[in-house]
Ligand binder design. Structure first.
Ligand SMILES: [Zn+2]
Length: 276
């Protein structure tokens, strides 16, 4: 899997923090161990840009959710006319809308969303477009061949890249039926990543995470969620329900992943932007 030193460098402050918490050392010890908390500065590859794209869907009560999810609820708390200011109270499942799957979502010892390092949230984007084969087969997955085909055209995947599947599915997000694409026996049909492609990315390349423009990193018919269970325990992240992936270059964009910084979160609605 991932070289141990990479994992170690991705995890070390978090490991020590959890270790301290687990063994009952209090806030003072934490302050010593983590003088800057997780809000530290980090160096990323220098980039200049002229274009920006929003890869985020609008999240509202109508946005398609994975079946069985708690509904997205909005309660108007105060309004201008009556209260002089405006604000809402939200109640939602963390995996709603364009959102982050933090490692802990499928890995008991994985990082919580607030523990992700900023240098793993500002990363090169590699967009693998499988729209053509998805037209023929909605259950199609990103394969190792697709990745190798991308590399033949655009060069080797950059280190720390986010590997993003563009399948054209994002255009269906306005309809729950079209986005889930459920058949008569209740099985969903939409594209995702294949497990062998994830194995390749984890052993042969160095990635920060993956993203899809569908409801799940695994394709619709999956019952074992092999991609989630393979990727997330390595402390890489996943992004689901991305928008507009066709609008950014296959190589050369930088992704800004605005994951929420909520204590012990398993992920959450995320503003994702690309610049190039
Ligand atoms: Zn999720």
């Amino acid at each position: 899997m991932c070289p141990p030193r990479t994992l170690e460098s991705m995890r070390s402050p978090e490991i020590s923090r959890r270790h301290l918490v687990k063994f009952g050392l209090g806030a003072a010890a934490l302050a010593v161990a983590l003088p800057h908390g997780t809000t530290h500065a980090a160096t990323v590859q220098r980039t200049s840009f002229r274009n920006v794209a929003d890869l985020t869907h609008v999240l509202g009560t109508q946005f398609p959710l994975f079946p069985g999810s708690a509904p997205f609820r909005v309660q108007q708390a105060v309004v201008h006319d009556k209260d002089g200011y405006y604000g809402n109270i939200l109640n939602y499942w963390e995996h709603s809308g364009t959102h982050m799957d933090a490692p802990v979502h499928f890995a008991p010892n994985g990082l919580y969303v607030d523990q992700l390092r900023v240098e793993n949230l500002v990363v090169p984007a590699a967009v693998i477009n499988i729209t053509e084969k998805v037209r023929r087969d909605p259950d199609a997955v990103v394969t190792t061949d697709d990745i190798r085909g991308w590399e033949r055209r655009y060069g080797r995947l950059p280190d720390n890249a986010a590997i993003l599947m563009a399948s054209g599915w994002g255009q269906r997000a306005g309809s729950v039926e079209a986005f889930r694409n459920t058949d008569g026996s209740g099985v969903m049909h939409f594209p995702g990543f294949g497990k062998e492609a994830i194995d390749f990315l984890l052993t042969e390349r160095r990635i920060s995470g993956i993203g899809v423009d569908t409801l799940s990193l695994d394709h619709g018919p999956s019952t074992d969620f092999a991609v989630h269970y393979t990727l997330l325990p390595t402390n890489r992240w996943g992004l689901e329900n991305l928008a507009n992936l066709e609008s950014i270059p296959p190589r050369g964009a930088t992704l800004f992943v605005g994951a929420p910084k909520i204590a012990s979160g398993s992920g959450g609605p995320t503003r994702v932007m690309a610049v190039w």
